[in-house]
Design a protein around this ligand. Sequence first.
Ligand code: BGC
Length: 442
Amino acid sequence: MATNPIPQFPAGFLWGVSTSSHQIEGAAEQREPSVWDDFSAGAGHIKDGSTAAVACDHVHRYPEDVALLRDLGVGAYRFSISWPRVNSPGGLDFYDRLVDELAGAGVQPVPTLFHWDLPSSLEEAGGWLNRDTAERFAEYVAVVAARLGDRVTKWITINEPAEHTLLGHALGTHAPGKQLMFDALPAAHHQLLGHGLAVRALRAAGVTDIGIANSHGPTWAASEEQADVEAAGFYDLLLNRLFAEPVLLGEYPEGIGELMPGTDIGSDLKIISEPLDWYGINYYAPTRVGAPEGADIEFGGVTIPAELPFTVKQIEGVPTTDFGWPVVPEGLTELLTGFHERYGDRLPPVVITENGCSYDDIDDQRRIAYLDGHIRALHRATEAGVDVRGYFVWSLLDNFEWAQGYARRFGLVHVNFEDSAALERTPKASYRWFQEVLRAQR
Ligand code: BGC
């Protein structure tokens, strides 16, 4: 463990931790079903055969979890609001109580309005492939903002439309389990449109502090061969540019707009690029990409099918997490300085809305090393001139890690899922370490 103190970030820098509704809440019987309930019921979809019906039971145990946040000393807590819960009687009351509890603990609430748990009823009507879902999303956002807007000032519209498109709609390894390959692109466009309409709904409710949480990472070509460089450029387009450019520049990368649905892409892009107060980035690792090799490959829990025009390769010579993801802190500096160069003053201040790693141990020295390295890498980006305003660790608690079930542990706090009656929370070594980092930053 590094003993060298982490450099000081500017006053007002927002330190936090993140979670999402489906991954921690439980109390599934108190809400409508979502696409993740339906998907989890399918044989073989979730690695350990589990569901999130109980998860961390956060709906009942939130006072204990808020106490963990208070003791940790974070300034902010990023959680997500479950659309299916809001649709259900008394659903918004839960978020009311949570927000009040956070206020009592002196922790700023930062809700995300969509983190992949679409109501099943909307999926039946076509889900994100149906343009109407974007309109329904904005209506739901208006309802939530009207209820919580007196106490919540900082909002995130949607989480990682890239993963939700790629894993949920193109490859089918996440809910809703569609395997549409490139025909999944309309799901990206409609999520982005939903984002823009949500920004408008929030503005109409008087909100002045709005961001998105997009996942990004540097893309490294496997070699200097032209075929590898082209494949890496294509991957960069899919993961980074396809989701950043409509939001930041009001345009799709060349050739992509023509593939999107709708009759007036220009007016959609105007909505999608409604100005943001800050831009949220979830960063985990860079990706090394090469030309396709004509065979399916397994990577980080996902099968990359042979027919895609790229393949993903191991990054040699770096440690990996228990999930098999490479640990490359300098990738965060590279990503941020790269975005700063690419988008200049079109890039608003940045907040790292997720960063973290999966390790099994409670004495999680490797998580400490990961976080320590990434926070230093973030600081180097600020020294290089990138305006970064906050950093959120994924995640507060071990939780339902989507298709991996409970087999992957991203929490600063261990949850004992073996004992489903107690679901005991145990702060890990990384929780104590982060507590000290936060103390030293105050
Ligand atoms: C998601 C989280 C997820 C984490 C680790 C992000 O893609 O927003 O919900 O648990 O990464 O896989």
